[in-house]
Design a protein around this ligand. Structure first.
Ligand SMILES: [Zn+2]
Length: 443
């Protein structure tokens, strides 16, 4: 048993370290949290620092015999905030009404703190795992891991090689006809970022007649793209999720029926827009234009423009499917634009079976009696994908009390007033501890 207060205190410290990653190499400053973790654990981890201040730390306890390596991986960076949206200082790590508030409270400093508390029990020698037990605190998850997990896996694999990995994301349970189901992340959608760009001819903004305005052309293409969204695509991963969730019969039937799912999502959105967005994302190729740059001055016709588009692909959809969709949705105008593949990584997953799965299942039954696991595909990309490419079985899980529902919880990701209940911190730590014990008994 690990006291919730111990996890909460470490979480407060990690929030106060404010390792804000804005995507530039000079941001982050994860060295602050590496220092906090060294101090908390009472040991010095092995540090890697690909850029000043961007520190990832590997804490390894060698096993006494040959058994699978188990790694807990938590990222220590967080995304920036819009302070106006917050009712508390997002970096004060306040404790109020039984919650710890602040940027990173659910993504994922809560899990990182719980992992550290569990690892400390093993580091002090009071508990043992037969194989290597690793706690990996990584930088730069929020910008794609090039200064963190991705770099470690691709360039320093022997340092981080692992059979099993536990990481994000963890969410509250979903209630179904067979009781509360704890979503365990076993798969994630692919990242397919695209850039549309074009050149036009500049001229005086006072005389737009018959000019070639680059902004208008890219804006038109983006509007047309969004006006012709991809239709639903029901995957085996999604069927498995719905079956384990076991929602009311009518909803369950609609959720796996391509003819009815869009109407079902609209109905869900009336009461729970967070859940509706999740369901939509898990059943569609999604297209979200998020950045646009054009022009140089209000009275100069825009001679260049670009749009950056966040596309997320489902299992079975590849780079070509995305390009085909752009061509079809935008129509004849597509071939007149520049089109660039910025990122193309496919959906990935680990099978929901085997010793680690069984250990999580048994541990969940002990900490949250009466609940079962839901193998879940998430629409978000995490550092787990780099490990899965190397054959590691990677899952994401946490446990939460019922003070925040699934949909509301999801809306706090990268949102305002991010917070986690102290009870949930204790439950998550307890789950991790029991998972290691259960796995140790099997391997
Ligand atoms: Zn995260």
């Amino acid at each position: 048993m690990i006291a919730a207060g111990e996890v909460a205190e470490l979480l407060q410290q990690l929030i106060r370290n404010a390792c804000v990653n804005d995507g530039t190499p000079g941001s982050g400053g994860e060295i602050r949290s590496a220092d906090s973790l060294d101090e908390f654990l009472g040991i010095e981890g092995e540090r890697r620092e690909p850029h000043p201040g961007r520190v990832s730390v590997v804490y390894r306890l060698p096993g006494a015999r040959r058994a699978p390596t188990l790694t807990f991986m938590g990222h220590t960076d967080v995304v920036p905030v819009s302070r106006e949206g917050w009712t508390v200082d997002p970096f004060a790590g306040e404790r109020r009404d039984g919650f710890v508030w602040g940027r990173g409270a659910i993504d994922m400093l809560n899990q990182t703190a719980a992992m550290a508390c569990v690892f400390k029990r093993f580091a002090s020698g009071s508990l043992r795992y037969p194989g290597d037990l690793v706690f990996l605190a990584v930088a730069d998850e929020e910008a794609g891991g090039r200064l963190g997990a991705r770099w470690l896996v691709e360039d320093h694999w022997p340092l981080v090689a692992s059979d099993y990995l536990l990481t994000e994301i963890g969410t509250p349970a979903l209630l179904g006809r067979s009781g509360p189901g704890v979503p365990v992340t076993v798969a994630e959608k692919g990242l397919q970022w695209r850039r549309l760009h074009t050149r036009g001819a500049s001229g005086h903004g006072s005389q737009p007649y018959a000019t070639d305005n680059a902004l208008v052309r890219v804006a038109d293409a983006v509007s047309t793209l969004v006006a012709n969204p991809p239709g639903p695509h029901i995957t085996d991963e999604w069927r498995r999720f719905v079956s384990a969730w076991d929602p009311p019969e009518e909803l369950a039937a609609a959720l796996v029926d391509a003819d009815h799912i869009d109407a079902a999502i609209d109905r869900l959105a009336v009461h729970d827009v967070g859940l509706a967005r999740w369901v939509h994302a898990c059943t569609h190729l999604t297209v979200s234009p998020n950045v646009m740059h054009a022009g140089i001055k209000a009275n100069v016709i825009a001679d260049r423009a670009e749009a950056q588009i966040d596309v997320r692909s489902l299992p079975g959809q590849d780079e070509t499917d995305v390009t085909d969709h752009f061509r079809k949705a935008i129509g004849p105008g597509f071939d007149e634009l520049g089109y660039e593949v910025v990122e193309a990584s496919a959906a990935n997953g680990s099978p929901p079976e085997g010793p680690l799965w069984d250990a999580i299942s048994a541990a969940t039954g002990e900490v949250a009696p009466g609940s079962h696991l839901i193998p879940s595909m998430i629409p978000i990309g995490t550092d787990a994908r780099f490990f899965r490419r190397r054959g590691t079985v990677a899952y994401g899980v946490g446990l939460f009390d019922d003070r925040v529902g699934f949909g509301d919880f999801l809306r706090m990701f990268h949102g305002h007033d991010e917070r986690v209940s102290e009870a949930s911190l204790g439950m998550t730590a307890d789950l991790y501890l029991r998972t290691v014990e259960r796995l140790a008994a099997q391997v």
